[in-house]
Design a protein around this ligand. Structure first.
Ligand SMILES: Nc1ncnc2c1ncn2[C@@H]1O[C@H](COP(=O)(O)OP(=O)(O)OP(=O)(O)O)[C@@H](O)[C@H]1O
Ligand SMILES: [Mg+2]
Length: 396
């Protein structure tokens, strides 16, 4: 049997259907490489879980390394501030690129980074109200206008010094990747946005770019952290088209000399509804069922044999999402699932619950934040994981 080429939960071997998004990153990267200047405002990819945000950023990171960029990567989390982690990530990247020499020669760099890290991590020394966060009064804003200056300056120093040092040593510049950006605190986001804005004031001296990804609430979180956060470049990631979904299945197999029948491909593409994680999952389960060698063909029987294992994994995910929902959110999900269509209107849900549409906005927002459902325009929402609706119907 050939080794399984599918990658549920990992960066895919073949990243399909994302050439436009990769192009957006490449534009920024070439600006840094060619002009040695800041690669534009914050670039923010947003999408529900499993649509390929991390995979996109990892692919871009690899491509940029090939043209001489040094990159630092941080996955934000609610548990800890990401800025001190960014210092560590930059330090690791500079060490790996030998910009920071090993041993005593690197001592000055390391001492400097340590100081920056302290300034970024000091509790209470964070950015506050003067940054125009919504919902605050003029009085609050006047409270302590200099509160955030130190961490912002520290972040600027970090990015500027690192980028210039990389460039001086013949590198193209610094790339910062921030994944799971929705999980960052408002204070940290405000520091990031203000720091980048200041660096843009001297953009010719800052050969770097920051590329980020997060759940669909990320644009809102950024705009709330600082009003000018809305000038970041927001790019949604969509489901894959049927043609791209077929390529995501066929291409990794083809490179091992294994083909799929059209029927088998149609079946998996139909199951996955363009959802990249589900495609990888069903692809992988099918491969395990078929155990193909070079020259073999994966047919419908293999898909049918593989699907139960994939379904088991998906059920575990449905259960986790249901388990994390409050009673109010479960009522919302139940009403939504009862509609039994892909996209459901606010009115349909409210009607089922016997309430007016305004009173469902809290569970709706919370479920969007958690990435369980997503808005699709005109007040419509859909489940972000295929099959979740029928799971909910099965429970109730
Ligand atoms: N363009 C793509 N082509 C093929 N497979 C993909 C693509 N994008 C993502 N995948 C696959 O989909 C799955 C989810 O990808 P990834 O982890 O990048 O998503 P994510 O949006 O970062 O999810 P999360 O929000 O949970 O972190 C992985 O198994 C990956 O292999
Ligand atoms: Mg991810």
């Amino acid at each position: 049997m050939q080794p399984n080429p599918y990658t549920p939960g990992q960066v895919p071997r073949v990243l399909v259907g994302r050439s436009v998004e990769l192009g957006r990153i490449r534009d920024r990267v070439s600006r840094v490489a060619t002009f040695g200047e800041l690669g534009g405002p914050l670039l923010v990819f947003h999408a529900p879980r499993g649509l390929g945000k991390t995979s996109l950023l990892r692919t871009a990171q690899r491509d940029a390394a090939a043209v001489g960029f040094v990159s630092a990567w941080v996955a934000c989390s609610r548990e800890r501030p990401f800025l001190p982690e960014l210092v560590r990530a930059v330090e690791r990247a500079l060490t790996r690129a030998e910009v920071i020499p090993p041993g005593d020669a690197g001592l000055r760099w390391r001492a400097r980074l340590e100081r920056i890290s302290l300034e970024l991590g000091v509790p209470g020394a964070k950015v506050r109200a003067d940054l125009g966060r919504r919902g605050q009064t003029a009085h609050d804003s006047a409270a302590d206008p200099t509160a955030g200056a130190a961490p912002i300056a520290a972040l600027e120093d970090l990015l500027h010094d690192a980028a210039v040092a990389i460039r001086d040593r013949g590198g193209a510049g610094l790339l910062v990747f921030l994944d799971e950006l929705h999980a960052a605190s408002a204070d940290d986001l405000a520091t990031l946005l203000n720091g980048l804005q200041n660096l843009d004031g001297e953009r010719e001296e800052n050969p770097l770019a920051v590329v980020t990804a997060g759940l669909p609430v990320t644009p809102e979180a950024l705009t709330r952290a600082a009003t000018f956060g809305e000038r970041s470049s927001f790019v949604p990631l969509d489901l894959l088209s049927d043609a791209d979904a077929r390529t995501a299945l066929a291409a990794p197999a083809e490179s091992l000399g294994v083909a799929w029948t059209d029927e088998a491909l149609d079946r998996v593409v139909g199951e996955a509804h363009g959802h990249p994680y589900v495609l990888q999952l069903v692809g992988s389960a099918t491969w395990e069922a078929a155990r193909p060698s070079e020259g073999d063909v994966i047919d419908l029987a293999a898909v049918t044999a593989g699907v139960p294992a994939a379904e088991e994994q998906l059920s575990a995910m449905y259960r986790a999402r249901w388990g994390a929902a409050t009673d109010g959110e479960r009522a919302f999900l139940t009403a939504m699932a009862a509609a039994d269509t892909d996209n459901v209107t606010r009115a349909q849900i409210a009607h089922r619950l016997g309430v007016d549409t305004r009173s469902i906005s809290v569970p709706r927002e919370r479920l969007i934040e958690k990435g369980v459902i997503e808005p699709v325009g005109h007040g419509l929402v859909r489940f972000t994981l295929p099959g979740f609706g029928s799971y909910v119907r099965g429970r109730t």
